[in-house]
Design a protein around this ligand. Sequence first.
Ligand code: KIV
Ligand code: ZN
Length: 505
Amino acid sequence: MARKILIFDTTLRDGEQVPGAKLNIEQKLTVARQLEKLGVDVIEAGFPVSSPGDAEAVRQVALAVRKPTITGLARAVQKDIDVLWESIREAESPRIHVFLGASDIHMAKKLRTDREKNIRMAVDAVKYAKKLCPEVEYSTEDASRSDFDHLCRTIEAVIAAGATVVNIPDTVGYAIPEDFGSLIRRIKESVPATDNIILSVHCHNDLGLATANSLAAVFNGADQVECTINGIGERAGNAALEEIVMTLKTKQRSFNVETGIVTKEISATSHLISRMMNIPVQPNKAIVGANAFAHSSGVHQDGILKDRSTYEIMSPEDIGLKEHLLVLTARSGRAALRHKLKEMDYELSDQMFENIYNRFLRVADRKKEMQEEDIRSIVEIELSKVPETYTFVSLQVMSGDKALPLASVTLQKGEDEIRDASIGNGPVDAIFNSIDRLTGHSAKLVDYKVEALTTGKDALGEASLKVKINDHVYSGRGSSSDVLEASARAYVNAFNRFFATVDND
Ligand code: KIV
Ligand code: ZN
């Protein structure tokens, strides 16, 4: 049977230590409720002795969120433990979490103590906490840089004093997976009493190895992983909950463990934390980055549309996203565009699809990403096209506050490319004058509008206009990421309507 791995979320404590990420009580409650929905086993809600506000926030979380165990952090001193206990005593399942440096560096440089005193202090703190709360977690801070024998003696002593959870932190993110995994295995072998408690790990990401180290620990017998949403936390952050949980799920056969996490809540939780704490998630962040399920290369898009397993090792639905995202760019192939058009409910003939695809490629060449509105505009323009007496080919415009606006337009008529140039009152007027000269007709502009269809500097612009030719009004539309080109296309489109009507007469 699969072993259960407990997920201890410290987003509201280690995560909240990120500069500028402090939450008010209301916000902490919202996050805690979402963590409960996510199914975490333990919520570390704060460090109550750090401020009366934090103590009150932890108390409110303890009162409101009943399913997970609620804990908070305390140094190994009575005052911290008392303040913490006051905050969590009304929780359905409270836990006191005490920490004390275990490495020689911390003892000599920070705590100014020695190994014997260090163990006595740890035992005293655990005994004191145990009188208040049946569940006591003891963290051997800086464990990965601690002397192994001292670490084992400490663990043995705190378990004898009543600790029910012993945490092995890689406080400064110094460990590598092989060493950290073997540290956990050796602790288990050297301290048999660890079989009767929860052995926990808490990894920081200074070398980018927090997730890998946590997983190596699980592989070697750790029962609980401490982590944060989006990997936020002190310095380079903590192990990311979503990475650990999704690795354990995706590689279930390798680990043979399970967690109680409702993975469909991962995406919503990640967004909530990012918004509340004002910490953006990098787009390429594993699992929750905006691009984590976005396929942009044409070859990948084609594969995904044929069978998702070609380029997907987990499904976006598993973390609560609707579906994978095909980012349409100039590299997207026909299959991706066809899929998108179907999604948008367009039924198109093969010829019409080819026209749309060719136009899509030309526009996409200039735009980084094609959004739905860009595609809709291209389709509508193609669908509303009339037989093309003239086809727009290219445009050159010279304009400026001192120069006389001059436009040179090239159109295709039958087999021939024809070009003419004209000046005007402005660049648009110069373009329209050139087109008049090329068609041999003079049109009077009666309405003209350009609007951006999408946001951003490279937005697709759509020009729509009405012209009067021989007392009849004809409308035209054109789109391009260049508004002058969009205008030229719209004007040519209106002329083509005129010629289509004339021919029909
Ligand atoms: O990183 C660390 O060592 C900690 C402990 C207090 C658990 O955050
Ligand atoms: Zn930490």
